[in-house]
Design a protein around this ligand. Structure first.
Ligand code: FNR
Length: 189
């Protein structure tokens, strides 16, 4: 049996009723049980300011500690103006500093983008991947996950009711679990 792995979940939407969070929760529900998901909120992080590096805000320190403790990261993002929401980019920046101490470094990751539109947040997905290359995160390549028409996939209780999407997300979660085992830093194996 696989050993337990903690997956930090970073949701790019701050909205209470976020459909992106519903997709992230669906992935959690469909994932193999040895993956333990921990959504780490990003909404209270101050805008990153390099002047604060010697005396960082407590919210930044807490965020970094929580990401550092995870074995892997699932990024679930909506698309804002064909890119990632500013809050998500801010969280990436906060976690990446101080220089040489990035909490993202080497952690296996996966990206799912979500949109009520047909394109499924393709632009956000790939802008995010650009940053993750620089942050040295081994990111799951296939299956790519662009969840479009997302408002139609859930019922009024927030339950995923689209069978094809459920099957896709189950396969995505299983492949991510395998990816974590393949790419986790040796010290975590
Ligand atoms: C959007 N939305 C949007 N959708 C999309 O598919 N591509 C886009 O470029 C944008 N741009 C955009 C900009 C801004 C500022 C907002 C507020 C919204 C719509 C977006 O997909 C929609 O609000 C989703 O509901 C956001 O996801 P959550 O918050 O439900 O997870």
């Amino acid at each position: 049996m696989s050993q337990p792995r903690t997956v930090a979940v970073i949701v790019g939407s701050l909205r209470k009723d976020s459909v992106t969070r519903k997709v992230a929760r669906a992935i959690e529900a469909l994932a193999p049980p040895h993956l333990k998901f921990d959504e780490i909120p990003i909404g209270d992080l101050p805008l990153y300011n390099q002047d604060s590096e010697s005396d960082p805000p407590p919210a930044d320190v807490a965020f970094r500690d929580r990401v550092r403790a995870a074995d892997a990261v699932l990024f679930a993002t909506p698309e804002y103006n064909r890119s990632v929401p500013g809050g998500l980019k801010n969280a990436l920046d906060v976690g990446s500093r101080p220089y040489g101490h990035s909490v993202w470094n080497g952690k296996p990751a996966a990206v799912v983008s979500v949109s009520p539109g047909a394109i499924g947040g393709f632009g956000a997905n790939h802008h995010l991947r650009q940053s993750l290359v620089f942050l040295n995160m081994p990111v799951l390549q296939q299956p790519e996950a662009y969840v479009g028409n997302a408002f139609s996939l859930f019922d009024e209780n927030g339950e995923l009711v689209n069978e094809a999407t459920a099957e896709f997300l189950r396969a995505f979660a299983q492949t991510f679990a395998d990816w974590i085992e393949q790419t986790a830093p040796a010290a975590a194996r």
